[in-house]
Design a protein around this ligand. Structure first.
Ligand code: ZN
Length: 297
């Protein structure tokens, strides 16, 4: 299986490429290229050793500035700010011309993805399989950034919900409202006594919800999302809660999603349907709502 190099293109159309390479001496490296994609734009590159990649990863995790120099004198400098981290690849001056620098600006919200790519690229250079599914890691990190903005939590827990179809075909965040904020109905005649309606959507519920039109798919997606949330925190971010620069990516909205506001008649109808389901012994998704509490990573 060939693996495409990792690329990141910033808003100024400057592209960072990471590629695993083996040096003439057999050493493993990550080849870092920065390109100005404008016509006639400069291209610079440098080699990072395995040790330098690890050092760079620590540097980025802690938002330190640092500069790395390869055996040819070319350099990579990173100077993180709250909102972004410029990756500056500089070709040293030589007989062919003066020094030249190409700067690729990585948004803080995407930095985790770049760090994952660096680690995976060095693992490939060493002939190891990528430790994880990189696309999944990137998608998970992007989703975590979005949830942080929208619901203030990177790894929220999910549940199946009943929707307009009166079937358990919806997926929503677990509602942790309590006290007077909790407006969930109580189903009085649950099998083990009164139970909070965990499968309904009320005013107090977080806004992220979606419809799958399938009880099977809804249950499956909830299991997947909750299993994903149980994974260890993203590498190197233990305790990291500061996401000042976690700006939403293009196309994302910082506005809270409109929440579904079920009408009374709809709530009653759904309650009837669900109560009936309890007594049919239907387990449709009923067990997946006992999702583990959200960890506070
Ligand atoms: Zn709620």
């Amino acid at each position: 299986m060939s693996v495409a190099p990792y690329t990141y293109t910033d808003g100024q159309n400057h592209r960072l490429t990471l590629r695993p390479v083996t040096g003439h001496g057999g050493g493993e490296y990550v080849w870092v290229q920065a390109e100005n994609l404008a016509v006639g734009g400069a291209v610079t590159n440098m080699w990072l050793s395995v040790d330098q990649v690890h050092a760079l990863d620590v540097t980025l995790a802690n938002r330190f500035a640092a500069e790395f120099t390869d055996h040819t004198g070319d350099t990579l400098a990173v100077r993180p700010t709250a909102d972004f981290t410029p990756f500056e690849v500089t070709r040293a001056a030589n007989d062919d011309g003066p020094a030249e620098t190409v700067r690729v600006v990585v948004l803080t919200g995407r930095l985790r993805e770049v760090r994952t790519a660096l680690r995976n690229t060095v693992a490939r250079a060493q002939g190891k399989p990528a430790p994880v599914n990189e696309a999944l890691v990137q998608a998970r990190a992007a989703a975590a950034d979005m949830f942080e903005v929208e619901v203030g939590e990177r790894r929220p827990a999910w549940r199946v919900v009943y929707t307009d179809s009166e079937s358990a075909t919806g997926v929503a965040l677990v509602c942790t409202a309590d006290g007077v904020d909790d407006v969930h109905h109580v189903i009085e005649d649950g099998p083990d006594g009164p139970v909070r309606d965990e499968q309904g959507v009320y005013d107090c519920c977080p806004g992220v919800q979606f419809e799958t039109y399938s009880t099977v798919l809804a249950a499956y997606l909830v299991e997947l999302l909750n299993a994903d949330a149980e994974l260890p925190a993203e590498h190197g971010t233990t305790g990291e809660k500061d996401t000042r620069g976690s700006a939403p990516q293009q196309g994302e909205s910082t506005h809270p999603r409109p929440r579904a506001l079920p009408e009374e008649s709809f709530i009653r109808a759904r309650e009837r349907a669900r109560t009936a389901a309890y007594f049919r012994g239907a387990r449709t998704a009923a067990d997946v709502i006992t999702a583990p509490a959200v960890s506070s990573d």
